[in-house]
Design a protein around this ligand. Structure first.
Ligand SMILES: N[C@@H](CCC(=O)N[C@@H](CS)C(=O)NCC(=O)O)C(=O)O
Length: 218
């Protein structure tokens, strides 16, 4: 059976978890604490850079969440999560990469600030919010009149961007100026896969405390 090594507060692993749920694939979920357990030799053997997620398929480990999504899509093509046309495939890839390379790094200082484990100076927070405004305007244009990125059905881009954007209002970045993205967030977050994988308040509190301890020890 497939094994997904993950952490319940990780954006990188949640997108894979949702893909497996959406495709109704049987898998075993293996939670790491990331308190040093990721450095154990057994885990390093499948994840040499000690990162989650890892998807292990009958002894074949796949690292890097975007590569894992491609693997899952190739192995379990139904329901399809990639569009067919060249432009739409490009759109999906672009949204995935913009989410990983632009959106998530800009969210990090706001997450640290709101969870109280890494206070950030006002200028950095302002810059992060400016960056996020640019990213959100870009995503709103990419969504256009369709319900999902690049297709009429859920795509890999929705999994990657859609596990991050819905957090923004709780970080002080309202989506009011982006009506299409707001409706898209509502569409995604009501899906059972989003609800099942949403970290509980207890998990978030435990994560916050651990991060605070880690920052204090630095
Ligand atoms: N590019 C990787 C990033 C993975 C990553 O940074 N994972 C973090 C958790 S979100 C991790 O495993 N951190 C623990 C460590 O690096 O020791 C991916 O998309 O899978």
């Amino acid at each position: 059976m497939l094994k997904l090594y993950h952490h319940p507060v990780s954006f990188n692993s949640r997108r894979v978890w949702i893909a497996l749920l959406e495709k109704s694939v049987d898998f075993e979920l293996v939670s790491l604490n990331l308190d040093g357990d990721q450095l154990r030799p057994e885990f390093l053997a499948i994840s040499p850079f000690h990162h989650i997620p890892v998807l292990e398929d009958d002894g074949f480990p796949v690292i890097e969440s975007l590569a894992i999504l491609d693997y899952v899509e190739a192995k379990y093509p139904v329901p399809a999560m990639l569009p067919a046309g060249a432009r739409d495939i490009a759109l999906v890839r672009v949204v995935e990469m913009v989410a990983v390379n632009e959106l998530l790094p800009a969210m990090n200082p706001l997450i640290g600030q709101s969870m109280g484990f890494s206070p950030t100076d006002a200028q950095k927070l302002r810059q992060a919010k400016e960056k996020l405004a640019t990213v959100l305007a870009f995503l709103e244009r990419q969504l256009g009149e369709r319900p999902y990125f690049g297709a009429e059905h859920l795509t890999l881009a929705d999994l990657v961007a859609g596990t991050a954007v819905p957090w923004l209002p709780s970080l002080g970045v309202p989506l009011d100026d982006f009506p299409k993205l707001s409706a898209w967030c509502a569409r995604l977050t009501e899906r059972p896969s989003w609800q099942k994988t949403h970290p509980t308040p207890e998990i978030l509190d435990a994560f916050k405390s651990r991060m605070k301890e880690r920052m204090a020890a630095r």
